[in-house]
Write a protein that binds this ligand. Structure first.
Ligand SMILES: [Zn+2]
Ligand SMILES: [Zn+2]
Length: 266
């Protein structure tokens, strides 16, 4: 049984066939799915998008949070709304939150403030955090700030976290592990140019990793360029199994165990 630790099933690209997408995931053995609840961002009334799906589909859990892309839209009321939604029994984490200096859709100082505020709220809610971190090209800027802000504002909580869709270096993977974080690998581990991701995947302990699709984005080879969906998690697990010289069944079992342990589902 596989666990897709991060996807966006509320995305409009699934509107035509969402029940089929969940059915295909089940048929492929992807029986646990974490739906990320950023929605369309502050002011759109969509922070509960993941909860709605978690209530409707078995094996689906939910998060809530403001993505760094939309940090500049966040108002005080939005944080109150997040706190209310975070109390729902299907919410197992706060996220995705963090820093994106690649797109810079929100000013960096605002991204940092909204990230810190959400770490404080997640700590109050006793929820682990799901981190999105993307530096600008040929830079470690977002990594440096993300790792620093986590150590300043999160480590003292004793709570866990996940580096989602890890695209960093071996050093950044080690720094994430040192902070007590899980490192999650997505379909881009299968891309020919992504040797840095495979290098990181080679050193992360098997009891400290997740796998995810981040669907509808980042479809693994051989689906690259198409809409991604949770059923395609199997290809990512296969690629990770090759990197670790183990079986795909072992990767599936271990990453599912890790997920259940982190979110106390069993
Ligand atoms: Zn992300
Ligand atoms: Zn995502």
């Amino acid at each position: 049984m596989y666990t897709d630790s991060h996807c966006h099933p509320e995305n409009k690209r699934f509107d035509p066939d969402r029940p089929d997408v969940f059915a295909r995931a089940n048929s492929a053995g992807v029986t646990t799915i974490l739906a990320i609840g950023n929605g369309d961002g502050p002011g759109t009334g969509t922070f509960d998008c993941a909860i709605k799906l978690a209530e409707q589909y078995e094996g689906v859990y939910a998060t809530v949070g403001i993505h760094p892309h939309e940090a500049a839209l966040a108002k005080l009321d939005d944080f109150d709304e997040l706190v209310q939604i975070s109390k729902h029994p299907k919410i197992v984490a706060w996220g995705e939150i963090g820093l994106d200096y690649y797109y810079d859709h929100s000013p960096r100082d605002v991204q940092q403030r909204v990230f810190i505020r959400q770490m404080e709220l997640a700590a109050d809610a006793r929820l682990p955090i799901i981190i999105h971190c993307r530096p600008s090209d040929n830079s470690t800027n977002a990594w440096d700030d993300t790792l620093r802000l986590i150590s300043e504002h999160w480590s003292s909580t004793g709570l866990a976290g996940v580096m989602h869709c890890f695209t960093g270096t071996v050093e950044q993977a080690k720094a994430s592990l040192d902070l007590g974080f899980i490192v999650s690998f997505a379909g881009n581990i299968s891309y020919p140019k992504a040797q840095n991701i495979r290098d990181a995947a080679a050193i992360v302990p098997l009891d400290r990793m997740f796998i995810e699709t981040d669907s509808p984005y980042l479809a693994p080879v051989p689906h690259r360029g198409k809409r991604n969906e949770p059923a395609f998690l199997v290809e990512t697990a296969q690629r990770l199994a090759e990197v670790r010289a183990t079986s795909v069944e072992n990767i599936a079992a271990l990453t599912t165990q890790n997920f259940n342990r982190l979110f106390m589902l069993e």
